[in-house]
Design a binder for this molecule. Structure first.
Ligand SMILES: [Zn+2]
Length: 255
């Protein structure tokens, strides 16, 4: 089973869910976690995608976590998140420190991140740089998750794009609630440095890695590049099964 834990259907592609599902099948992906970014996409649009995609889309919610430093007007994030999970059936929360304008260790995150834990859903946060965005790079520094993991011990935190050259594996090893998601950075660095991806999986533990590609329509290469570096590790099939889908199924209560 292959679950891509990081994919997008952008606002302009909402009527192309059929094509999206077809591409996933062609690429060998059984289902993809589709991540919105509030306030630029609505949770309702993601719930509609899930309904239309006959099992191929696992929908996450997004909220603007607080207005004080982000400056982005927002609905009450706890109400929005509760509605998204309990009424719309979304299965996790996505937060983006650069686009939404906060640092990953801002204590203002604690209410909404803890609420996700109380609702039983994981929180995927973007880490590292983002192309073409105005956000401050230091806000997405992966080591800031060290603080958030301590402040919100009962919430599963997933480091999106977890850089394999960073301290990511130590974060995952140190905190039982921190997981690493592979999109973009693993293909980029794994291609250049043979042995790196295997080492990171062994250091973090194969039960702490979530396969993700940042796939969206037209981005097939991201899937094939990520598959290539993970397949090349030569790890036992049982470990690869965890990375490719077993861990995701466990965290999302799919099994
Ligand atoms: Zn993404």
């Amino acid at each position: 089973m292959k679950i891509d834990f990081h994919a997008h259907v952008w606002n302009t592609q909402l009527d192309q869910v059929g094509e999206f599902a077809e591409r996933l099948t062609a690429l060998g992906t059984d289902a993809a976690v589709v991540l919105p970014i509030a306030p630029y996409m609505t949770n309702e649009s993601i719930a509609d995608l899930v309904k239309a995609a006959s099992g191929k889309v696992i929908g996450f919610a997004s909220v603007v976590p607080f207005a004080e430093t982000t400056g982005i007007p927002r609905e009450d994030p706890l109400t929005t998140l509760g509605h998204a999970v309990e009424t719309l059936g979304l299965r996790g929360l996505k937060l983006h420190p650069l686009i939404q304008g906060f640092a990953l260790n801002d204590p203002g995150l604690v209410p909404v991140v803890s609420a996700a834990g109380d609702l039983g859903v994981p929180v995927l946060v973007h880490t590292g740089p983002a192309n073409g965005r105005a956000g401050r790079l230091q806000n997405g520094e992966i080591n800031l998750l060290d603080d958030l993991a301590i402040m919100c011990p009962n919430t599963v935190l997933i480091a999106g794009h977890a850089n394999p050259l960073s301290d990511a594996p130590y974060l995952a090893r140190k905190h039982k609630n921190v997981y690493l998601e592979t999109s973009i950075s693993w293909a980029r660095w794994g291609k250049l440095i043979p042995g790196l991806v295997r080492q990171v999986i062994e250091d973090a533990g194969p039960d702490k890695i979530l396969y993700g590609t940042d796939f969206s329509l037209g981005r097939d290469q991201r899937v094939t590049d990520t598959n290539a570096v993970i397949d090349a590790t030569g790890l036992p099939d049982a470990d690869l099964a965890l990375v490719y889908g077993g861990n995701a199924a466990r965290l999302l209560n799919l099994s």
